[in-house]
Structures are given as structure tokens and as C-alpha cells.
Design a protein around this ligand. Structure first.
Ligand code: TRP
Length: 450
């Protein structure tokens, strides 16, 4: 059998894993949630949750993956080998694969919209107004075309494999993304009205934190943002060398993810209020715009009002969104592809094209039945399945995996780990506290009693 690929360097892994984590969830989801839910108070709670719950689960996935050097189903089977729980391990891996694929099926639709608006921004530079209006009015033809292009890009990267695909493209796209984000923040903060947005974002309103629903949505946001549960981080961990310290790398990825989410708030909130300054209606029924309305109505209104720089700012913004989406979508497609390549002995290019096409078929189904399917798929995957899968991973790693082997895996690449807090706290924390915390929030989100 061919030698299993690895990331060529630590930096390569960080680019890939941070690329997976940083996505539409950070740039779009986080700022609008924060603005609507107590501003800085939400940000603080989110940071706490990310470190108390999301980081420990991220570590569970990375360790499982590097230990087994395999896709999620094989890895979870391996650690439960010779126990009555082997079936549960395999089930968790396959369930994660289905969820990762379904997440990609709706993510690619949204990413397709970003591409359509990116092309529109270019086209507007040449004043082709018929093309512009086709690109910005929702139609099956447009959505099908751009979702298809986005899936082709995703498949193209995954066909290249770990080093020449995922690592190479993430290392190219992530710095460009950060650069664009920074330029946009500076530009928007200099516009009239920006300060108003900063206030909404950064002045804390702690009274809203009493709402338990908020805790649940922050947890959901943290799990989605760190790409947890479905085996994405597990499979990226499986391409890491035994010489690297996982607790450090995982911490770095969590920091980058949170940093970008926070920075995106410095762009989006001020932009909303600058748009208001230009006459956009930014409240509907007393609530600040969020969702598609924000990205596809308010922000384009802003770009249109900016005069000759407007189209360029629009190009930068939708390029930023498209890059963020692509570094995330490749990590979703890698989950089923790694599984099929390793368990069914299919070649990588074939697996990537085949699975990508099937997922695109599902996307087309969602587009045709948008109103009834879209919300359902989003809820099934992100609201219910991701926490449940995170819980299963912690239970398998904490209760089924031989503890001595887990401890050896933590030590690899980090010889002095026994002096750290991580060594003293994490193994027990992941075994006892994480499952309980996830379970409580999960039950609460299914049966919102209070
Ligand atoms: N974390 C990405 C975002 O914030 C999305 C993402 C990538 C993801 N891979 C995932 C979400 C796996 C859930 C599961 O947009």
C-alpha cells in the first residue's frame, strides 16, 4: 500500500486546520449573533465556551486521528477494538461522514451565492447591467451553476491530496484571506457611521446572558466554527507527525479561529451602520439585520453607495467570503473521501469526483425544495448531530480507548507535558465533564423548558 500522506510542516497543518475552522461561520454567523445577543457579553461567553468545551473536544479528535492514522470510522474502530463497543465506534465514524457530507451540501449553496456576487462585482466594473441583474436575482439556474463551480473547486483541491491539495491551497488562501480582512476592516472603520456599529458590537449588555437559549446557540456556534464532531479535525490530525505537540497546535488553531471571528465583527457591525448612514434600512421589526439579508442586500447597498471604489470593495469582500468558504469546504469533503479511499481501496481522484458529484446532487435537491429542506438539513446537522457526535467522541476516547495508550499519544511530540496543566486536567475533564456539559446543553436545546 502507498505510504499515507502527512502535512509537510507544522505551519502547513495550522493553515489547513485554521482554514477549516475559519469559514462563513466566523465571518457571517459570529458577528451577527454577537450583535443581536448582548455584544461583548456574548463575545466573552463565546470565548469561555470555546476554551471550556470546544477546545477539549478538538483535542479529542486530533489525538484520536493521530493515534490511529486513519479516517474517523477506522480510527474509532481501532480504539474500541476488542471491546463490545467496536460497533459504536464504526457507527460514530459513518454517522460523522454522513453529517459532514450534508453540511457540505448546504454550505456549497451559500458559497455559490458568494461566487455569484463576486462575479457580479467584477462585471459591474464593466457596466454590464443585464448580467448583473441575473447574477443578483435568485434563480435555480444561477444557484445550480455557481454551486456546481464551487463544488468543482472543492473537488479539484481534494484530488491533489494532503500536501499538494489541502496544504498547498490552504497555505495560499489563508494569508490572502487575513490580508483582505485586515484591509476591509481598516477601510470600513474610516467611514462615517462606523463608530455606531463598534458600540453595538463592543458595549456589553450582560442582562441578555441570563437567557439559557443564548448559551446553546453560543455552543452550537463554537462547535460549528471549530468544525467539530464530524471527523474533519480527526482526519486532519491523522496527517500530523508524531513529533508535533498536539495541545499546542490545537490551542493555536482555536486562537486563530476566535481571533478571526472577533475581527470579522470589527468589519461586519461597522459596515451595517455605515450602510445605514447611506440610507439602508438595517432593522426589521426592531431586530438588527442578520442572515442572507445582511450579506446580499445591506452590504451590496453599501458598496453601491461608495462611488468608484465600491465595486473594488465588493470584489474584496466577496473574495474574502469565497476563500473562507473554500478552505472550509475542502475539509468537509476530505472526511468521506479519506474514509472511502482507505476502506474501499478506491483511488483518491475517483473518490473525490464521485462523492463530490453525489453531494452536489443533494445540493441540487435542496435548491429545488429550498423552503422545506434547507432549514431541516441545517438543524439536523448542526443543531442535533454535531453535539451528539462530539459527545460520542468524548465517550469513546474517555471510556473505551485504553487510557495508557491515550496518555502515550498525548506525550508524543511533547516530552515535558507532565508538568503542564493540560496533562493534569484534560484527560479527566474530557472523560467526565465534557460529556455531561454537552448532554445538558443538548437536552436543553431539544426541550427548551426554561
Ligand atoms: N468551521 C467552518 C465555518 O466556520 C465550517 C466547517 C468546516 C465545518 N468543516 C466543518 C462545520 C465540519 C462543521 C463540521 O464556517
Amino acid at each position: 500500500m502507498a505510504v499515507r500522506e502527512q502535512f509537510s510542516s507544522r505551519a502547513g497543518f495550522v493553515m489547513a486546520a485554521a482554514g477549516s475552522a475559519v469559514g462563513l461561520g466566523n465571518i457571517w454567523g459570529f458577528p451577527t449573533q454577537a450583535a443581536g445577543n448582548g455584544g461583548a457579553a456574548f463575545v466573552l461567553m463565546y470565548v469561555a465556551l470555546a476554551f471550556l468545551l470546544a477546545y477539549p473536544v478538538l483535542m479529542t479528535e486530533l489525538l484520536l486521528g493521530r493515534y490511529a492514522r486513519a479516517n474517523a470510522a477506522t480510527a474509532l474502530e481501532k480504539v474500541s477494538h476488542d471491546t463490545p463497543w467496536q460497533g459504536l465506534g464504526r457507527f460514530t465514524g459513518y454517522y460523522g461522514m454522513v453529517v459532514a457530507s450534508l453540511i457540505l451540501s448546504f454550505y456549497a449553496i451559500i458559497a455559490g451565492w458568494m461566487l455569484a456576487y463576486l462575479v457580479e462585482a467584477f462585471v459591474s466594473l464593466f457596466g454590464l447591467s443585464a448580467a448583473e441583474s441575473w447574477l443578483t436575482s435568485s434563480s435555480f439556474a444561477r444557484d445550480f451553476l455557481f454551486c456546481g463551480i464551487f463544488m468543482l473547486l472543492t473537488m479539484g483541491v481534494i484530488v491533489g491530496g494532503v500536501k499538494k491539495g489541502i496544504e498547498k491551497w490552504s497555505s495560499l488562501m489563508m494569508p490572502s484571506l487575513l490580508f483582505l480582512l485586515l484591509c476591509l476592516i481598516v477601510y470600513v472603520l474610516l467611514q462615517p457611521g462606523a463608530l455606531e456599529g463598534l458600540k453595538v458590537y463592543l458595549i456589553p449588555d450582560f442582562s441578555q446572558l441570563a437567557d439559557p437559549g443564548l448559551l446553546i446557540s453560543a455552543l452550537g456556534q463554537a462547535f460549528f466554527s471549530l468544525s467539530l464532531g464530524v471527523g474533519t479535525m480527526l482526519v486532519y490530525g491523522s496527517y500530523l507527525s508524531k513529533e508535533d505537540s498536539l495541545p499546542k497546535l490545537g490551542f493555536l488553531v482555536t486562537l486563530v479561529d476566535m481571533g478571526v471571528a472577533f475581527a470579522a465583527g470589527l468589519l461586519i457591525l461597522p459596515a451595517i451602520f455605515v450602510a445605514q448612514n447611506y440610507g439602508a434600512e438595517i432593522y426589521t421589526d426592531g431586530a438588527l439585520v442578520a442572515g442572507p439579508d445582511l450579506i446580499f442586500r445591506i452590504l451590496p447597498h453599501l458598496f453601491d453607495s461608495m462611488g468608484s471604489v465600491g465595486p473594488w470593495v465588493a470584489v474584496a469582500f466577496f473574495l474574502l467570503m469565497s476563500l473562507a468558504a473554500l478552505t472550509s469546504s475542502i475539509s468537509m469533503l476530505e472526511v468521506p473521501v479519506a474514509l472511502v479511499v482507505e476502506r474501499r481501496q478506491v483511488s483518491r481522484p475517483r473518490a473525490a469526483l464521485l462523492i463530490g458529484t453525489i453531494i452536489f446532487g443533494v445540493s441540487a435537491g435542496i435548491m429545488l425544495n429550498f423552503d422545506s429542506w434547507f432549514g431541516w438539513v441545517v438543524d439536523f446537522t448542526t443543531k442535533y448531530s454535531q453535539p451528539l457526535l462530539g459527545l460520542l467522541m468524548c465517550v469513546i476516547a474517555g471510556w473505551v480507548w485504553r487510557r495508557s495508550e491515550l496518555l502515550i499519544e498525548i506525550q508524543k511530540g511533547h516530552p515535558e507535558i507532565e508538568d503542564t496543566l493540560f496533562w493534569k486536567i484534560w484527560p479527566r475533564y474530557m472523560k467526565y465533564i465534557c460529556p455531561v456539559l454537552i448532554l445538558i446543553t443538548f437536552i436543553h436545546s431539544v426541550y427548551p423548558i426554561v
